[in-house]
Design a binder for this molecule. Sequence first.
Ligand code: WT7
Length: 632
Amino acid sequence: MQSHQIKSFEEYQNACQRSVSDPEGFWSDIASTFTWRKKWNTTLEWNFEEPNVKWFKGGKLNITENCLDRHLKTRGNKLALIWEPNDPKERFVRYTYRELYEKVCQFANVLKKNGVQKGDRVCIYMPMIPELAFAVLACARIGAVHSVIFAGFSAVSMSDRINDAGAKMVLTSDGLNRGAKQIPVKRVVDEALESCPSVEKVIVVERLGWAVNMVEGRDVWFHDEVKDVAKDCPAEEMDAEDMLFILYTSGSTGKPKGVVHTCGGYMVYAQYSFMNVFQYQESDVFWCTADIGWVTGHTYLLYGPLLSGATTLMFEGVPTYPDNGRFWQVCDKFGVNIFYTAPTAIRSLMGGDIDDVLSYSLDSLKVLGSVGEPINEEAWHWYHTHVGKERCPVVDTWWQTETGGIMISSLANVTPTKPAHAAFPLPGIQPILVDAEGNEITDNEVEGYLCVKFPWPGMIRTTYGDHERCRLSYFSTYKGLYFTGDGAKRDENGWYRIIGRVDDVINVSGHRFGTAEIEEAINHNEHVVESAVVGFPHDVKGQGIYAFVICKDKPEREDYLRAEIIETVVEKIGKIAKPDKIQIVSGLPKTRSGKIMRRILRKVAEGDTSNLGDTSTLLDPDVVDEIKAGAL
Ligand code: WT7
């Protein structure tokens, strides 16, 4: 397998040039290194108005043949997947490519036996156990569309997503381990399914050995179903533009949207970006700490590494259990060479005892990666010094659920790195900065809105069931451009530095929430009249959630009310969206047209009330003084 791995800065520059002057030739060469049942007729068809983007039209393939079958001859006995459990005392499990192939085929046969067909949507709500990886790939094998929902989301969130996707089946487990806690996953599924008429079957994988409620005719145990199925399963032939998966993500308005990725383009981009950013070498052990419930887990725990014939590590636990040395212990245990995590994890460990890192050798590490939010310089230096021993480049990878793979990042040891800078676009990616009117800013030492002006194979195709929403969210703000929702700077040398969201989206520990989504949840509480949510700088999470809430009556005990509001948010969205601060207010700063002045609320939440700007145009300027005085 030829890899198109870039080896020098000069090669990088040449690849960039060619990808602009001849994008179709560029991507066509890369795509040719994969296994296709039938070659495509047209490399690219596109416009950003509708939008309509089609890569490798007419091509036929199955992504799992590229992840598994094609490696069997040369890498059949190579490790594909290493699984490390939550509890270090429990035994780890390893699967060679041959074994993984069989596990995936068996799971695929279980799906088929239970009525799943090509095109059906399958919702996966599972812990980080090997069966989750098998399940995802099994869907892809038979042409079913997987929609993984992070197992920290609530029943309400799950049912919203299941109903939006019209999923026919749910794959889950009895329970899950997270650090010292055990969580009854199946119970959450049962609650969600009370309002999901499309779901016909639930397959339950045993993890904790708990006795769980099994609904007759609907729920079956995986271990019963898998007993008599074959270890081979023919891969369904898919069109390059057939859906591969849906992944829900929050935006500035309404409910989360189902980002749709398709088989051919996503495959090419996942593999190309993986090989180049991390500079994977044949014997490396690669560890991405993200949960498969997020896009990072999809692209860089599963698809990217497996498409490259790599050894990928999957970890069930958390960085702080049983102690703060857990990540580093796992790195030493398996000789991890490339380690990819989020700034929030680094910051949570930075606060602890330095010996938790220094007592491990970390000799095997060669490359470190960061993803999910801007990495602050302090965290970058700690990571570079104590984990990477100043020997490993830190690649700061900027991308999004919608982009399918890494867009802006240094390539390890090939292009230079700089703290807090994602740095350079990958070959094939054409980012630009625009001003508020959408005019391209071509100079350096500038700041603007980050857009992309040309399609790339891994990009979003639509939002499930509502193409207009895709157009409005990403392609309508600036004509003819994909708008990322991020602001960015470009320094004097052309290096990109991502500043963060410029819309009403907050990034909490690398996870996106729309302020509107959290407000809607809070407003469900019976005591609440109205609320406004903003982000504020948080030492570990990057951004915390600050809620200003108007209540029907003045509460007797504010702390009780706060606890109740938190409970409402946990019920509607999940623990990951818990507000950090809730300030009870009698009014919100609104313009005469009724628009909430979030700028003022953000300043208060940041603790900077010195310069609130002109508040005289507000409907009720006095409310600002009250809010300032009551700030938490
Ligand atoms: C948003 C996308 C894609 C992986 C996980 C998050 C922010 C992501 C970086 C980075 C600065 C980053 C952006 C982006 N973001 N990576 N390296 N530097 N910001 O995926 O949930 O789709 O969120 O995360 O704001 O728009 P996501």
